[in-house]
Design a protein around this ligand. Structure first.
Ligand code: MLT
Ligand code: ZN
Length: 482
């Protein structure tokens, strides 16, 4: 069998296959109900994928042994399997591109242990990320992974995508918190890498190969996470600035001259703020004059050192063109600031509008002003409007692009492709990458060759073959079919 089969190379999910799966999982562990199959065939990527890539069956394993048995069966019978967390992904990573089985990890939802001595938390993959944060906090410890979808995403999905989010500048993306993994290989064998130990150079670093592999190499069934001391104090600053160039300069000065590493530095462009004001019916201060807004968050152990840092940042901002600095120490003012940021990313309005694309590009921070200055020209060339926001200290910019005019779905598809190629070639020439944190998945697989040369693409395919010679685990992702 070729390593990149078309759908016809896979075996169909027949009634007999369903009966075999029920023998492994019990009758309640498998469904072929049409509504369920549709619901489990899309994530939050727009436009939605379920009509183009419907699953044939959805499985709900409860143990590693069951995951292993399903994978062994699927591998022997050449049935594609797509692992799925909470379905909050933004790149089609959990979409069954070749049909077959969607393997939902939602019933593997136990936090197994918090070990205060070793500062670790061991969990199954189907636990909501914010529950992990809460459980650690109750023990006076801190899980620093903080994807924006933390209240709805699963930790397993965060590991699969190496989710980033709001605290990467200080604490790193999900992979930096993963100390150990148990995972099921496509042929059903169970492997364990890492553990509670803090160092390990025994062999290749499979933890960080599997983390971020978008569920294409193995199904993660248990995760050991690193915990930190819990920061007792948090302060947020909202800083309107005249333009994006000033925002980038300020972020750099805070860290170099100020010697401060904030726990978050987020930005929203003027259009993002105008959208929030319009759709949420709220007024954001300085929205008439500001070209962009920064949210800077500081965390630490005591109030006085946080206050000193906030003052230092205030001085740097005042000396470098900021229009104002709002400091929020109490919970409700801080929540008000973050509500603006959350609303910017909400699908409430974008979901109902024709969309060209939602992008997640990343460039070196110093290249952000060039990129943002060229955006209006690129957008004009494709008759698009846009708003931009994201994780400025990581160089990670989320762009939501709309057609300026009315357009049908076919037209949107072609225009989106042309626009994205144009955008990506500029991103690549600035030293950037296709996706900072949302992943390549199905949505961006065709564009990976714009960023990796042939040798790089070949290596991805060889690694995939080494794990999954029959190409049954989440096929159709990350690189284009040859
Ligand atoms: C965010 O930063 O808000 C998230 O990555 C999600 C999004 O952009 O929709
Ligand atoms: Zn983000």
């Amino acid at each position: 069998m070729s390593d990149r089969p078309g759908r016809t190379a896979y075996a169909p999910v027949t009634e007999m296959v369903v009966r075999d799966l029920e023998a492994i999982l019990g009758a309640s562990g498998v469904t072929v109900d049409e509504d369920k199959r549709m619901a489990y065939s899309a994530d939050e990527t727009l436009p939605r994928f379920e009509r183009d890539y419907p699953a044939d069956a959805v499985c709900f394993p409860e143990t590693t042994e069951q995951v292993s048995a399903v994978m062994r069966y699927a591998n022997l019978n050449l049935i594609p399997v797509t692992p799925r967390g909470a379905g909050t992904g933004l790149s089609g990573g959990a979409v069954p591109a070749h049909g077959g089985i969607v393997l939902s990890l939602e019933r593997m939802n136990r936090i197994i242990e918090i070990d205060a001595v070793n500062r670790t938390l061991t969990t199954e993959p189907g636990v909501i990320t914010s529950e992990i944060t809460r459980a650690a906090r109750e023990r006076g410890l801190f899980y620093a992974g903080d994807p924006c979808s933390g209240d709805i995403s699963f930790i397993g999905g965060n590991v699969a995508e190496n989710a980033g989010g709001n605290k990467v500048i200080k604490y790193g993306a999900t992979g930096q918190h993963v100390l150990g993994l148990e995972a099921v290989l496509p042929d059903g064998r169970v492997v364990e890498f890492g553990g509670k130990r803090r160092k390990d150079v025994t062999g290749y670093d499979f933890i960080h190969l599997i983390t971020g592999s978008e569920g294409t190499l193995a199904v993660v069934t248990r995760i050991i996470l690193n915990l930190l001391p819990l920061p007792r104090r948090v302060t947020d600053l909202l800083v309107p600035v005249p333009d994006i160039g000033s925002a980038v300069r300020l972020v750099s000065l805070v860290m170099t001259e100020g010697g401060i590493v904030p726990s978050s530095v987020e930005f929203m462009d003027r259009q993002s703020i105008l959208n929030v004001e319009k759709y949420a019916g709220m007024k954001v201060p300085f929205s008439e004059d500001a070209g962009a807004y920064l949210i800077i968050q500081l965390d630490g152990m005591d109030r006085s050192s946080l206050w000193r840092d906030a003052e230092r940042i205030g001085d740097i901002c005042a000396g470098n063109g900021a229009l104002e600095v709002f400091v929020a120490e109490d919970r409700s003012s801080r929540d008000r600031i973050w509500r603006i940021r959350r609303l910017v990313a909400e699908e409430e309005w974008t979901g109902s509008m024709p969309l060209l694309s939602k992008e997640d590009i990343v460039v070196p921070c110093g290249a952000i002003p060039d990129f943002m200055n060229e955006l209006p020209t690129i957008a004009r060339r494709h008759r698009a409007t846009y708003n931009a926001y994201g994780h400025i200290a990581d160089g990670n910019i989320h762009l939501t692009l709309f057609p300026e005019d009315a357009a049908g779905p076919e037209d949107l598809h072609d225009r989106s492709d042309r626009l994205r190629r144009d955008l990506y070639s500029r991103v690549e020439s600035l030293g950037g990458a296709l996706s900072g944190e949302h992943g390549v998945g199905l949505k961006r697989a065709a564009y990976t060759p714009m960023f990796l040369n042939e040798a790089g693409i070949d290596l991805i395919r060889s690694v995939k073959r080494a794990f999954d010679p029959n190409n049954i685990l989440n096929p159709g992702k990350i690189v284009p079919h040859a």
